[in-house]
Each structure stands twice: as C-alpha cells, then as structure tokens.
Design a protein around this ligand. Structure first.
Ligand SMILES: NC(=O)C1=CN([C@@H]2O[C@H](COP(=O)(O)OP(=O)(O)OC[C@H]3O[C@@H](n4cnc5c(N)ncnc54)[C@H](O)[C@@H]3O)[C@@H](O)[C@H]2O)C=CC1
Length: 411
C-alpha cells in the first residue's frame, strides 16, 4: 500500500494535524458518532451495541485516526492496523455503503471540534485522506467476504449455530460446542482467530461479543470458552457481564445463537520453524489451546512451551486437556498460580507460585530463538510486550491479541 493516490500537499496537511488528533481525538470521534446517529436511517445501519455506550469504540477509532495521520507519509506502518480493522468490520458485516456517511460525520466533527483550525485546506485534505482509506478498507473487506463465500463451509452475515454441549472447564469458565443449525460444514480458520456471536438476551438489544475459537480448525463444530465476568469487568459493548452471565446461566444444549465467520489478525504463523512459546493469563488461554490442539493434530509440533498463569486451581481451565496434549510431543507445560488455594498442590496442580516474570522467562525458554504468542489481562500482556522488546526480540517474533491499538500496550 502506498499513499501515491494522495498528493504531497494532502499528505503534509494531514500529517500536520497528527498532534491535535492525539490530544483531541476522543472529542472528535465522540462528536462524529453524535452527528452520525442524528440520522435515524443511518443509525439503523449501525449496530448500536458497538457504538457509543462505553466509549470504547470512539476511543479505539480515535487511536486509529491519529495513527493514520501520523503515518500518512509511510502508510506501510498502518498495514497491520488496517488489516485488524478490516477483519473486525467483516465480522460485523460492515458494507461499503456505510462508509460515506461516516466520512461526512468525521469531517463535520473535525469542523466542530477544531473550529478555527479546520481551515478549508485541512478539510479538503482530510476528505481525500478519508476517501483513500475507505477505498483501501472496502477493497480488503470485499476480498474477505469473497473468500468467506467461496471457502467450503464459509458464509457471510449471521448464521445460526446450535449449542451441542456445555462443558465446565473450571469454577468460572465453561466451553460451548457450537454446530451449524443447517447441519452444513464449517469453514476452517487460522488458529487464534475469533468468532463474533450475537446473543438474544431477553429484555435487551442483541448483545454482540468476540470469543476466540478454542478448538483446532478442521472439525464439524467450533468451541468457545467463556469466563463468567463479574460486573464491572466485562468487555466493552454492553453492560457488565451481560453476555458471559447469559451464556453461563441461560444457554444450554439445543439453544441457538448467531455467529459470524471466523476473523482476526492474530493467528499462528505456520511457516515458522522456530521454537514456540505460548503464554496465557486466565481465560486468555483460549487461543493457545486452539494452537496447541492444531499443532498436535497437524503432527510434528516444534518444541513448544505452554506457559499458563491462573489465579489458582478454581480458576484454572483445561488443566488435564493441556497435559494430555503436551504428553504427545516436545511440549513443556508450565503452570503458575498467583494465589494457590489450600487444596492446590504444587507439583500436582501447578508448578510455580506467583506470576510469570521476565526473569523466569529468560531462564526457562530460548528467548533468542523462539516465536512468542501471548494473550491475557492487560498487565500480563504489557509486561511481556515491553519485556520482550527490552530483550531485543524483534517484533516479527512477538504476536499478541490485544483489543485496542498495539501502541497502547507499550505506552
Ligand atoms: N482472544 C483474546 O483476545 C482473548 C482475550 N482475553 C482476555 O484475557 C484476559 C483474561 O482475564 P482473566 O481470566 O480475568 O485473568 P485473571 O485476572 O484471572 O489473571 C490471570 C493471571 O494473569 C496474570 N497477570 C495478571 N496481571 C498481571 C501482570 N500485571 N503481570 C504479570 N502477570 C499478570 C496473573 O498470573 C493472574 O493470575 C481478559 O482481559 C480477556 O479480555 C481472553 C480470552 C481471549
């Protein structure tokens, strides 16, 4: 991707707005959604459970707009961000016809918030820059939709899945096995990708959530593994704990939920021949179990460390399953308990007390050679992202799932 479609003057003008976008980006995107949703017809094109309420969507869009302005003179830097957005858009079935209204609202918000600073030149440059980005995104999204249509078992839009089984994995985590209600095949996916599910919670607008597929690809079903969130800790789009409480308490075999095709830019690089270090905190183990199952099923896994950090035994999911998988190959499982319960036995239930630290990691895994994949609470990922960079592990060997701009993790 190059910015060649944009004139040098447009590039200069947009780049010059980066500092103010860093400072006032959130104001701008909040105003943008206000403008956008004044029109009921446009509002109906957008799933309201994704816009506004908790502020996460304006915040993440503000980060993206700032990054775009700042990198507009070397747009290759934006490639991962654009891929991430395109993947997310397709999981929500965003269509090209939704882009122009967003562009108009963005320009309106720039005028309102920047006021005097929104000169004709700035407005003209941002109009061109938005159109350019919209074009890049819609092309990529069209490719993804085309691929999902062509792939055996693939689909576009919501598809009904029937819950086949619900399996408790710990005191707070359950797995849900999902089969397509139409009894057709399900498309393969890349280990680490997520499903988007839409739940008809009674008395509410449908609740939409992303859950990583926790089983290997290539089966006749998917599995998601969900932690019951306490109020105040749940993901961004709806009141706390709604989706996970609903799944844990109300959803059982025979129930139907709607699912979008697998998506996501976090997945195992199958071309690498390096040793592998998979690190997970809490329910962040879901993509790592998927990767592990896949490696074992594929055969000849590389030397792999499966490092899992849980609060304690009551929260520890899939303990025996991971052990059984590890026993099939050169796979080293290591379990940390931060607060072992009285009944938790070191050497039987877990290996080490406390949290994963960089000092431990340096001593236990081949930092200089390995590929690293991690997922878990923000503090856990931050420690690893910063720690691995400090050890000069190149970014190409550091892969993580973080719902938000990656820079926020390093900040
Ligand atoms: N695909 C994805 O992006 C997925 C992301 N997640 C995320 O993973 C997180 C898991 O949360 P919980 O299960 O509630 O985890 P948790 O709160 O139970 O923590 C698990 C462990 O993480 C470690 N940890 C936490 N903070 C740390 C820090 N600052 N430094 C070092 N270690 C630290 C501790 O060992 C702790 O026991 C959630 O935030 C969820 O959003 C979960 C599943 C999939």
């Amino acid at each position: 991707m190059t910015g060649s479609a944009l004139s040098p003057r447009t590039v200069r003008t947009v780049k010059a707005t980066a500092p103010v976008l860093r400072e006032r980006g959130l104001e701008i995107t909040r105003r943008m959604y206000e403008i956008l949703f004044q029109d009921e017809e446009i509002k109906s094109l957008f799933n309201q459970s994704h816009h506004g309420r908790s502020g996460s969507q304006p915040r993440s869009l503000a980060g993206a707009i700032h990054a775009y302005a700042d990198n507009i003179d070397h747009l290759d830097e934006c490639r991962p961000m654009i891929e991430r957005i395109a993947q997310k858009h397709t999981s929500l079935h965003i269509r090209p016809e939704q882009y122009p209204a967003v562009g108009r609202a963005l320009i309106g918000a720039l005028r309102d918030v920047l006021d005097q600073a929104a000169t004709d030149e700035v407005i003209e440059a941002w109009t061109q820059a938005y159109d350019f980005l919209a074009d890049v995104l819609t092309r990529r999204e069209r490719d993804i939709y085309d691929r999902n249509t062509r792939t055996p078992g693939g689909w576009v839009g919501w598809r009904d899945f029937t819950v086949d089984r619900v399996v408790p994995e710990s005191q707070i985590i359950k797995s849900f096995y999902l089969r397509p209600s139409d009894a057709g095949p399900v498309m393969a996916f890349r280990p680490g990708q997520y499903l988007t599910v839409r739940l008809g919670v009674p008395g509410q607008e449908p609740v939409v959530r992303n859950y990583t597929v926790s089983c290997a690809p290539g089966r006749d079903h998917y599995r998601i593994t969900v932690k019951r969130e306490d109020p105040g800790e749940d993901a961004p789009y709806a009141p706390p704990g709604v989706a996970s409480s609903y799944l844990h308490e109300e959803v059982g075999p025979g129930d139907v939920i709607q699912v979008s095709a697998p998506a996501g830019d976090f997945f195992l690089d199958e071309t690498s021949r390096r040793p592998l270090v998979l690190l997970s905190g809490g329910v962040g183990l879901t993509p790592m179990v998927c990767v592990l199952e896949h490696l074992v099923e594929r055969g000849t896994p590389p030397e792999t460390w499966f490092v899992h950090a849980a609060l304690g035994g009551r929260q520890h999911a899939m303990r025996q399953h991971v052990r059984d998988l590890a026993a099939t190959g050169p796979i080293h499982p290591v379990v940390f308990y931060e607060h072992p319960a009285p009944e938790d036995v070191r050497g039987r239930d877990y290996d080490l007390p406390g949290r994963v630290t960089m000092d431990w990691l340096k001593s236990a895994v081949p930092v200089a050679d390995a590929d690293f994949y991690f997922c878990g609470p923000r503090g856990f990922m931050r420690m690893l992202a910063i720690g691995l960079r400090a050890l000069d592990v190149p970014d190409e060997r550091i892969h993580f799932e973080f719902f938000g701009p990656a820079e926020a993790l390093y900040a």
